[in-house]
Design a protein. Sequence first.
Length: 74
Amino acid sequence: MSGRGRHLAAYHARQRDQALTELRPALTEAKRLRGEGLTWEEVAADLRGRGFTSRSGAPFTTAALYLAARKYPV
């Protein structure tokens, strides 16, 4: 891998780590709620009601929560 490729891979790894750090509390809670049998819609509504937000600071939508949970499994 070229020097540029290594730097890019390291950059992406840092971005993934940062995203997981920011999202871990919400994703951990989502996993717990899903384990209790709630639907993704119910989980997203619960997280919004408790003030959890996505990385952009916006309230979680069902789709955003589902995609984040698939991309960053906790």
